[in-house]
Every structure is written in structure tokens, then in C-alpha cells.
Ligand binder design. Sequence first.
Ligand SMILES: *[C@@H]1O[C@H](CO)[C@@H](O)[C@H](O)[C@H]1NC(C)=O
Ligand SMILES: *[C@@H]1O[C@H](CO)[C@@H](O)[C@H](O)[C@H]1NC(C)=O
Ligand SMILES: *[C@@H]1O[C@H](CO)[C@@H](O)[C@H](O)[C@H]1NC(C)=O
Ligand SMILES: *[C@@H]1O[C@H](CO)[C@@H](O)[C@H](O)[C@H]1NC(C)=O
Ligand SMILES: *[C@@H]1O[C@H](CO)[C@@H](O)[C@H](O)[C@H]1NC(C)=O
Ligand SMILES: *[C@@H]1O[C@H](CO)[C@@H](O)[C@H](O)[C@H]1NC(C)=O
Length: 271
Amino acid sequence: MMGIIWGWTAAALLLLLLSAASADPNDERCLTHLSQSLQDPLRNLQNWTKSTFANPCQGFTSFLEGAICNNGRIYKLSLSNLSLKGSISPFLSNCTNLQALDLSSNQLSGPIPPDLQYLVNLAVLNLSANHLSGDIPQQLALCAYLNVIDLHDNQFSGLIPQQLGLLVRLSVFDVSNNKLSGPIPSSLGNRSGNLPRFNASSYAGNKGLYGYPLPPMKSSGLSVLAIVGIGLGSGLLSLILSFTAVCVWLRVTDKKSENDEGKISQLMPDY
Ligand SMILES: *[C@@H]1O[C@H](CO)[C@@H](O)[C@H](O)[C@H]1NC(C)=O
Ligand SMILES: *[C@@H]1O[C@H](CO)[C@@H](O)[C@H](O)[C@H]1NC(C)=O
Ligand SMILES: *[C@@H]1O[C@H](CO)[C@@H](O)[C@H](O)[C@H]1NC(C)=O
Ligand SMILES: *[C@@H]1O[C@H](CO)[C@@H](O)[C@H](O)[C@H]1NC(C)=O
Ligand SMILES: *[C@@H]1O[C@H](CO)[C@@H](O)[C@H](O)[C@H]1NC(C)=O
Ligand SMILES: *[C@@H]1O[C@H](CO)[C@@H](O)[C@H](O)[C@H]1NC(C)=O
């Protein structure tokens, strides 16, 4: 009898320990802060409540819309096309087992937190089609397993960090349609050896961006022509103007001398 009671107690204690172990305080912190930084006007994020953050996973089962679990940890977050607003919390970096982050096709604004560098398992980063801005953080180069960086259709500005060229696993890189400027680092534009290469479509639609593999800048070529044209045009105009001025001046002096002649002739005594 005593043995059975002890057995049950031990089993209950074990269960308690197991369920406690399945809740990860880092994931809880990550999800809590992320949900605070996001706005969800259409209420698409089901179960994204405080009580679920404390225990979002049971083994491979997730209780959160858009989250995929692996061994009790948040493994993927796929929150694409959910009309989400707000910004990306730096505490997202506390989801240390995160392998894929897809926040594409929302209305997120603000920067990419450089803290994402602590997501050392991150392989897929898709933030495309949002209103994100600021620099692309060079620290992303520390996520050594990254093989997809898709940032197209945002408002990122500044230079493309050449450090991103260090990501040897990178097979998709798309920064098209942003406000990036400066030269494309050759570590990305002209990758060496058998590293996957990215063509011009990865870089198109950035006004100030130039260099291989983009075609020579058309807009700047045109403006150079325009400048030459304006220069030639204004030169010609001033030539015509000064020519006219000289002509007018010659006429005036001509008339004057005629008049003077007249005066002289008037002054001339008649014989
Ligand atoms: C929300 O959580 C409950 C249990 O906590 C679960 O039964 C339900 O399936 C979850 N809903 C979604 C959409 O994951
Ligand atoms: C995005 O969501 C809207 C509304 O939920 C839907 O009509 C549209 O097809 C979705 N777009 C994509 C690309 O999934
Ligand atoms: C969680 O993320 C924040 C922001 O990046 C960081 O300051 C903090 O150290 C992280 N916590 C842990 C336990 O890693
Ligand atoms: C990123 O997300 C967009 C929109 O959801 C999708 O069209 C695109 O294919 C994704 N990028 C990659 C590299 O999978
Ligand atoms: C690309 O790199 C190769 C070898 O490093 C070099 O020979 C070539 O000129 C480069 N091409 C461009 C367009 O920069
Ligand atoms: C550029 O690369 C993408 C895939 O990375 C491909 O779909 C597209 O056809 C390529 N464009 C050209 C002009 O080669």
C-alpha cells in the first residue's frame, strides 16, 4: 500500500518536472516581447496570449498560430500575409532555436534589430514586402547558417554590408526594390569559386545602387547627357544673345554716327 502511494507521488513529481522542462523561459520572453511589438488588427494570431507563451509547445505540437515547434522549442515562425503592423522586437533573439523567420507581406515598420545575430541556428530570413527601414545590419553575417535572406520590397537604405558575402551557405539573396545605395560589394555581386551567384534581379529597383551584376546606370548616363546638352544649349544661347547685342550695339552706333553726320552736315555751312 505504502509502495503504491510512493509510486504515484513519484510519477506525479516526474510529470510536473517534465511539463516544467517543456516550457522554455527564453521562448516565453521572445514570444511575449514579439507580441507586444506587433499589432494584429485582424486578430489573426490565435492563442497568442500570455498563458500560451508560458507553454507554447508540447513536443512537436504548437498552440500558437504561425509557430512550429521542435522538441518543445519554437523552431519556425511563419507569420506571412496576416496584415500585421508594428515592429520586430529585439527580444526575438531569445527564441534561440529559431531556424526560420518569415514575416513577409505585412505592414511592419522600423529596423531589423542587430540582435538577430544571436539566432545562431537561423537559416531562413524572409522579411520581404513590408515597410521596414534603416540599414541592413552587418551583424546578420554572424548567423552562419543563413541560406535565405529575402528583404525585397521594403525601404532599407544605406550600403549593402560586404560582410554578408561571408555567408557561404547563402543561396537566395534578394534586396530588390529598396532605397539602397553605393556599390554592390564584390563579395556578393561577383561571388568567387562555386558559391551560388545572384543575378541583377536581386539588386534591381534601388536608385543609388550600382556595380556588377547591375547594368551600367541608365539614369546617371542620361543625366550626364542632359548636363552636356544644357551646357551646349546655354552656350549657344549666350552666343546668340551676345551676337544680337553686338548687332544692336553696331546699329545704335551706326545710327548715332549717322545722326552725328547729320549734325555735322547741319553744322556745315551752306555754300
Ligand atoms: C489554442 O490552444 C489550445 C490549447 O491550449 C489548443 O487546443 C488549440 O488547438 C489552439 N489553437 C490553435 C489555433 O493552435
Ligand atoms: C493574403 O491574404 C489575403 C486575405 O487574407 C488573401 O486574399 C491573399 O490571397 C493572400 N495573398 C497571398 C499571396 O497569400
Ligand atoms: C533576450 O534578448 C535581449 C534583446 O536582444 C537581450 O538583451 C537579452 O540578453 C536576451 N536574453 C537572454 C537570456 O539571452
Ligand atoms: C518570401 O515571402 C514571399 C511572400 O510571402 C514569397 O513570395 C517569397 O518566395 C519568399 N522568399 C523565399 C526566398 O522563399
Ligand atoms: C569577378 O571576379 C573575377 C575573379 O575574381 C574577375 O576576374 C572579374 O573581373 C570580376 N568581374 C567583375 C564584373 O567584377
Ligand atoms: C535570376 O535568378 C533568379 C533566381 O535566383 C531566376 O528566377 C531568374 O530567372 C534569373 N534572371 C535572369 C535574367 O537570369
